[in-house]
Design a binder for this molecule. Structure first.
Ligand code: NAD
Ligand code: SER
Length: 323
């Protein structure tokens, strides 16, 4: 069945928080028809469905995925289908199945059909033994199932690159903050939910403590980083190629609430930690992204103040349009 690699792009998990914006960015660059969005579910009116070709596909269904690669002339996969940390801890079996099984399938397809592959990792690869400023190279001892699947993903990607020459690249995304699509069940979701609740009700009950500090990034930076990494010449990439640390900005939940209060003076945030506090506590405060800076000239543009301005302005105008 094997044939030379195709010219089109497949995005798995395209209806999620990242896919919603990545599909649009890829279509802006390559044209609508060149980017096939896919997900296990359909959402009426979703821009990835209304803005170009879309197909329902389960990344665990080998035959369906193989047919899709061949029939749709696919040459590159952006593999976003996954279960995130909080959902993953509720159903660790499914998390293993989707995150590891899906990764094995796309790596094998990339080997057989000589595809390029982008497969994201996460700050969840780090565990409680990691220093507060996470180095690129450090022991990876995550305590969530999600983090374990992400370490496995990085190791498998390194193997497929070293042994089979697969051009697979990845970023350890920080918690991503965006307004176009809701977050998909992660520990860092509080940093998105807080904006919605601040605008809609003026209060938010935050599920981690005010002191909880995590690496975060505005989605615009994350999409640009993804495209820049995939544009980088292969020989510029070093040993971090399957999971580059990427810093955006780092802040505590309390600092985020204060930044919102400075703009919405009646806003009140209460802190009522739940089980997600433990996952957040197992991750570093910030990451050292010097490898990404050195290998492909990464530089973040959005700091805390910029992203708070952007989130409030965009969510407010979206709400005005909807009302
Ligand atoms: P998300 O949860 O918003 O979206 C994931 C999508 O995958 C969903 O639309 C879901 O329907 C789909 N999906 C689930 N199981 C599937 C299956 N079996 N087959 C096909 N599709 C399936 O996630 P996201 O935030 O867009 O994250 C995308 C990737 O980036 C994931 O690998 C995630 O681990 C990684 N990441 C995200 C963040 C973040 O803050 N959003 C941070 C670090 C890493
Ligand atoms: N934002 C993600 C999560 O919290 C990190 O990968 O699960």
């Amino acid at each position: 069945m094997a044939s030379p690699n195709g010219s089109r792009i497949l995005v798995t998990g395209a209806l999620g928080q990242i896919g919603t914006e990545l599909v649009t960015a890829l279509r802006d660059r390559h044209g609508e028809e060149a980017v096939l969005a896919s997900d296990i579910r359909e959402v009426a009116g979703h821009p990835a469905i209304s803005g170009g070709p879309f197909i329902v596909a389960d990344v665990l269904d080998w035959a369906a995925m193989e047919n899709l690669i061949v029939d749709e002339d696919i040459g590159t996969i952006y593999h976003l289908a996954a279960l995130l940390s909080a959902t993953g801890e509720k159903n660790p079996g499914l998390c293993q199945e989707v995150n590891i099984g899906g990764m094995v399938n796309v790596l094998e397809l990339a080997r057989i059909y000589r595809l390029r592959l982008f497969a994201p990792s996460s700050i969840a690869v780090f565990g409680p033994d990691c220093p507060p400023l996470a180095p690129q190279q450090t022991p990876l001892n995550p305590t969530t199932m999600y983090g374990i699947t992400k370490v496995a993903g990085e190791l498998m990607a390194d193997y497929y690159h070293a042994v089979h020459g697969v051009d697979v690249r990845g970023i350890r995304y920080p918690g991503l903050i965006s307004w176009k699509a809701p977050p998909g069940g992660g520990t860092t979701d509080y940093a998105v939910e807080i904006f919605h609740d601040a605008i809609e009700t003026g209060t938010y009950s935050c599920f981690v403590s005010a002191e909880t500090r995590l690496p975060m990034m505005y989605m615009e930076d994350a999409i640009r980083a993804t495209l820049e990494l995939m544009d980088a010449p292969a020989d510029s990439l070093g040993p971090a190629r399957s999971g580059y640390n990427l810093a955006g900005c780092s802040f505590s939940a309390g600092e985020l609430a204060t930044a919102i209060s400075e703009r919405l003076e009646d806003f009140v945030c209460n802190f009522e930690p739940d089980e997600r506090q433990e996952y957040a506590d197992s991750w570093p405060d910030e990451v050292d992204d010097s490898a990404a800076r050195q290998d492909w000239a990464w530089e973040a543009r959005f700091g805390l103040e910029d992203l708070v301005d952007e989130m409030l302005a965009n969510l407010t105008s979206m709400r005005e349009v909807e009302v």
